[in-house]
Design a binder for this molecule. Structure first.
Ligand code: DGJ
Length: 722
């Protein structure tokens, strides 16, 4: 009897356990998404669900992927058996909140370097379709993924989660690197180990992606991310608005990463047959640390992500930090002369040139009234364009077309064009409000402002497009009952305007600016040639800020200006600006003779080497987060030429930095060293000046750099010696 009881108890326990730990579904069909080095493998199982079975270094034999278990559903819906954060959540017409996504179809198309896999999933009970798209950029090792959501229910369904991407990882430990800050404190890098539960990086700003958090991350497996070793995923979302990146470690220590538009305040009423297309999430996998991941992003961005990414850029002199709002025609003409003297290509007129009833003499008035202030610029923009041309420089102009000051004619004429709550006080940030770009009339206003200006002044060669505030106290008179669409519709409308402008002005360089670095994302960079990283132009701070951006954005996109903000020498400030797209925000008239001579030579050096800086492979050699210095270099693809930048920060007195091993050279080539950007009569302390070394020596032994005291710098030109 005892025996029978024992057997019964055992059977019961066994049945319980198998209910609790069901057998994993069996792989039936593999969908392999590969670049030259990376694989993301999905699999359809016998229960018809889609699973992610692998993400990492590509295997030699694709048959081996079949051995992997189906642990993680690829794009997990809400309301059925999921107990953790979902990728998608939907409320059906009948009040049911459940969604089940089963594999229906797959399509693969190849277009040279791009292979796109599109997977259709369908709910067996409701007419709902979800399409997961993946474009694998073979050479760049980047995967772009986005999702489309559609249904044929009778009335709109409500979607409240709509991820662009869901990815799964399995490791013992996960290290997340995020980049955060605030105005003038952009891109502060911080790494921490993830623990069980959810960590979210997000923003709720509406008109811009970043200010407090940037939509980029590194996720390193097992150990903190290194520059040159270890397995790391680098990801970013191409969306110029509120974003969310969520990392959740579950009960089995598996990690799910969900990226997309921030669901915050954005329940979306999806009409029957409307296709909801999410923004693109871009990621790369590197088993050689963050350095390789950055190089992948840089070449992808130049080839596909940034407008005219392989083209050229204009060097410029901007008047913002030189004059702020305090200028007139004669001051500007003097600055044109300064630009010419320096040898830069263009003069950029910043904020403060418009408004008559409410002249823009500070940031409290005039925004929205885009007519030249007659008392300040009596002869108008056309005259300035001509004057600049007569001095031998091109002319560019600042606008902030999405915004309005309450003290403006635009505000008086069109209060309904403004995002503001009808029943509460207006809430200002920089004394301004956001226009309701979701309204087609406002889109037309913004388009026409740019188009009319360019039609009237076809010689305007550059635009700086600013956006100095986020959404607060927001309500759209145009969207009426659909207030939860404001955040999403705003960004879509911004892109709509840019599409139209780019159809007419496909190549015009436009700088993307957002009160510092608030708009630095690949959603907008499709339409823009470059971005303004920060209003903090202190060269010491800039070493860190530009270093931060360099992880995800190529140097050709980063506008770095030499200004008077920092206390460093002109040489230090110039050398820091030179690591990206160099420009000036300075009064040339106030330079000493030696400073002017130095600057003119620096511009010439830059013109000679800018292609190498913009298009070379970046190697970050010494991080300012690890030592009191920063060293980086760019190397041409054929490895015949490099340029190295070294910045000493605040080292202890009498210290000596150790030699720096170079990277990316050809071990079999010989290279000659030359220090450039020296102050007139300045003696080079570079011991290797004029000497030749093998690439092997430089990469195994390294170079002793000349700058080792407080806030000093060196730029070394490295040329193959034949
Ligand atoms: C914020 C930008 O970041 C600055 O460079 C400058 O253009 C000001 N706006 C002008 O208001």
């Amino acid at each position: 009897m005892k025996k029978i009881l024992f057997v019964l108890v055992f059977i019961r326990l066994f049945l319980n356990a198998s209910a609790q730990f069901p057998q994993p579904p069996v792989n039936q069909k593999q969908l392999i998404i590969e670049t030259e080095n990376t694989a993301l493998v999905l699999s359809v199982a016998n229960n018809h669900k889609l699973y992610q079975v692998y993400l990492g270094e590509k295997l030699k034999n694709s048959e081996d992927y079949k051995l992997l278990p189906t642990l993680h559903e690829a794009y997990i819906p809400s309301g059925t058996d999921n107990l953790f954060e979902p990728a998608i959540k939907m409320l059906h017409n009948d009040g049911n909140q459940s969604l089940e996504l089963l594999f229906a179809d797959e399509k693969v198309t190849t277009d040279g370097n791009l292979i796109t896999t599109s997977i259709l999933l369908k709910d067996p009970k409701y007419p709902v379709e979800v399409r997961l798209n993946f474009t694998a950029f073979q050479k760049e090792n980047i995967i772009k993924t986005w999702t489309e959501i559609k249904h044929q229910e009778k009335k709109p369904v409500i979607i409240s989660n709509f991820a662009s991407s869901m990815l799964h990882l399995d490791a013992d430990k996960y290290w997340l690197t995020q980049f955060h800050g605030d105005w003038a404190k952009e891109m502060r890098m911080e790494e921490s180990q993830l623990t069980s539960g959810i960590k979210t990086i997000d923003s709720k700003l509406g008109t811009r992606a970043n200010m407090y958090q940037t939509p980029v991350f590194f996720l390193a497996k097992n150990k903190p991310a290194d520059e040159n070793s270890g397995e790391v995923i680098a990801g970013t979302l191409g969306w110029t608005g509120s974003f969310q990146m969520l990392f959740e470690i579950d009960n089995s220590n598996s990690l799910r990463m969900i990226s997309g538009i921030n669901p915050f305040a954005s329940e979306y009423h999806l009409n029957p047959n409307e296709n909801f297309v999410t923004p693109e999430f871009l990621f790369t996998f590197s088993n050689m640390g963050k350095g390789q991941a950055s190089r992948n992003f840089h070449s992808w961005a130049r080839n596909y992500g940034v407008l005219d990414g392989n083209g050229s850029r204009l060097t410029l002199l901007n008047n913002w930090e030189a004059t702020y709002f305090d200028f007139d025609e004669s001051k500007l003409t003097e600055l044109f002369g300064g630009a010419k003297e320096l040898g830069v290509d263009l003069f950029l007129l910043d904020d403060g040139w418009f408004g008559n009833k409410y002249p823009r003499k500070d940031d409290r008035a005039g925004l929205g009234d885009w007519q030249e202030t007659a008392t300040k610029l009596p002869h108008g923009l056309g005259y300035l364009v001509e004057q600049a041309e007569a001095k031998g420089v091109k002319f560019g102009i600042w606008i902030e077309p999405e915004m309005v000051n309450p003290k403006s004619e635009l505000y008086e004429k069109h209060p309904d064009w403004i995002l503001k709550l009808p029943n509460r006080d207006e809430h200002y940030y920089r004394n301004q409000l956001v226009l309701d770009l979701t309204n087609p009339e406002v889109q037309e206003f913004v388009y026409k402002l740019v188009d009319d200006m360019l039609t009237k002044n076809p010689k305007i060669s550059f635009i700086k497009w600013d956006c100095n505030r986020m959404m607060t106290n927001t309500y759209s008179a145009y969207l009426k009952d659909n207030q939860s669409h404001v955040q999403i519709e705003y960004v879509r409308s911004f892109y709509r305007v840019m599409e139209r402008l780019r159809a007419k002005y496909p190549k015009l360089p436009i700088m993307l600016c957002s009160g510092g670095g608030g708009r630095t994302d690949y959603g907008a960079l499709k339409y823009f040639t470059e971005f303004w990283p920060s209003d903090n132009t202190d060269a010491y701070e800039r070493v860190f800020i530009q270093w931060g951006y360099s992880y995800f954005f190529p140097s050709i996109t980063s506008c770095n200006h030499i200004t008077s903000m920092g206390k460093q020498s002109l040489k230090f400030r110039t050398d820091v600006a030179m690591m990206g797209k160099m420009g000036y925000d300075i009064r040339v008239k106030e330079m000493t003779e030696a400073e002017l001579k130095f600057s003119k030579e620096a511009v010439q050096n830059y013109n000679r080497l800018k292609d190498l800086i913009w298009k070379g492979d970046l190697y970050r050699l010494v991080s300012p987060y690890e030592e009191e210095r920063a060293v980086l270099m760019y190397t041409s693809v054929d490895k015949s030429k490099s340029i190295l930048f070294a910045y000493s920060l605040h080292p202890r007195a009498f210290g000596q930095f150790s030699p720096v091993r170079l990277m990316g050279l050809d071990a079999n080539k010989n290279y000659r060293m030359e220090e450039i950007n020296k102050m007139p009569n300045g003696r080079s302390r570079f011991m290797a000046e004029g000497k030749t070394f093998s690439g092997d020596y430089l990469m195994k032994i390294g170079l002793t750099l000349p700058n080792n005291s407080d806030l000093t710098s060196a730029v070394i030109e490295i040329t193959e010696a034949k």
